[in-house]
Design a protein around this ligand. Structure first.
Ligand code: GLU
Length: 390
């Protein structure tokens, strides 16, 4: 079953989010109490090469990288001293630019351009900002640029932080509509019990779990809650991240990023790490949220051609198909889509305000581009933000 699932996974794979943990791109210097960690240029270069191979094979890659605080600490020679929140935030600010500079240098060598996006909880909870982030990622990918995302650590205080990049990467995978999240960690995956602890007399040895189809209490328990001194994550946040992506129908793969061949193995269908995926479970929380939770703020009426495109062909709603609207919606609001006989066809999140829609409805793309300039979107409602009504 596991090997078939691994192959299925690759079949529809186009966009992948890869989370690189601090431990994967760091190296140790010194020992004992003087042991410090610094950014490993060698590992960054290694992953630049690996990602170049994926891009050349036609995959779209989005990176989520940790390492800012670690790199900042190192640059300030702070060793392992306990830091206050402002001090950590200062380290993040110093380390983030250094981290990006390193990524930029190494990716440049592979003729790949990179871009930095720093996200906070606010950006992810506010629909408008969420959609903005999503559009930016889409635009970067369409330019062939690799977005590199981290939390905006230097301005977010602990209480409102996302807190760990496992959670952030899960959100990014949903936001970017990826078909896979790969978490590169310094462990092989999820084990039947903590592989770090020696087994007791009557205990079975710790074994790697290759496939998890449901994150239940037992699996969460196996993930424990241990944190290493370096990362804020640990297996617990990884498993929680996997649970989140699974509820959006996106598989998550936790693998050992210290194994230099790991991405090669993943993309050739080899069974490495722990895959979290339930192929039957296709409840998409976000779509559910669009269809059932959000209160529509308006209605868009579309012609018969657009109805066919949306309902039968799975297409996005384009301005050319819009014949009318009502309500006073703005970018990011939920609206109902109706046919000419007032039958509800779908619901979705709009890219245009009612006012702008009035200017562009029925028009062709070129004319709209001229009219809207920077506010131009190809779609009135992108397919990913649209749910057909029963
Ligand atoms: N955003 C933090 C950093 O760049 C890391 C958080 C994590 O490792 O999960 O240092």
């Amino acid at each position: 079953m596991n090997s078939k699932v691994r192959k299925d996974l690759l079949k529809n794979l186009k966009r992948v989010v890869i989370k690189i943990g601090s431990s994967v791109i760091s190296h140790k210097e010194g020992d004992g109490s003087s042991l410090v960690l610094g950014l490993s240029e060698k590992m960054v270069l290694h992953y630049a090469r690996e990602i170049k191979k994926l891009v050349d094979r036609g995959y779209e890659v989005v990176l989520v990288s940790s390492g800012a605080v670690m790199a900042g600490r190192k640059r300030l020679h702070l060793g392992r001293t306990q830091l206050s929140i402002p001090e950590k935030q200062a380290c993040a600010a110093i380390g983030q630019s250094f981290l990006m500079h390193t990524y930029e240098k190494k990716f440049d060598k592979q003729e790949l351009k990179t871009a930095q996006i720093l996200l906070g909880n606010d950006d992810l909870e506010n629909r408008k900002r969420y959609l903005n982030a999503k559009h930016t990622i889409d635009a970067l990918i369409s330019y062939g640029v690799i977005p590199i995302i981290n939390e905006n650590d230097s301005v977010t205080v602990d209480e409102i932080k996302i807190g760990d990049n496992d959670t952030l990467s899960a959100t990014v995978a949903c936001l970017a509509n990826a078909q896979l999240l790969i978490i590169l960690s310094d462990v092989e995956g999820l084990f039947t019990r903590d592989p770090g602890k020696p087994s007791q007399k009557d205990e079975d040895p710790a074994e790697l779990i290759p496939l998890v189809t449901r994150v239940n209490a037992e699996i969460e328990k196996k993930a424990g809650k241990s944190n290493s001194h370096l990362t804020v994550g640990g297996m617990y946040t990884k498993v929680r991240a996997a649970k989140k992506t699974m509820s959006f129908g996106i598989p998550t793969l936790i693998v050992n990023g210290m194994d230099k061949k790991v991405l090669e193995k993943v993309f050739s269908g080899e069974s490495v790490g722990t895959l979290f995926w339930s192929q039957e479970d296709k409840i998409k929380d976000r779509k559910h949220w669009i269809a059932h939770t959000l209160k529509p703020t308006g209605t868009i009426v579309i012609d018969a051609g657009a109805v066919r495109a949306i309902a039968d062909k799975g297409k996005s709603l384009l301005p050319a198909g819009v014949i009318g609207y009502s309500g006073n919606f703005v970018f990011g609001n939920a609206v109902v889509i109706q046919d000419e006989n007032q039958n509800e066809i779908a619901r979705g999140l709009v890219n245009y305000s009612a006012r702008d829609l009035d200017r562009i409805k029925g028009k062709k793309t070129e004319a709209i581009k001229n009219l809207m300039a920077e506010g131009f979107y190809q779609e009135v409602i992108h397919r990913d933000d649209l749910v057909l009504s029963p």
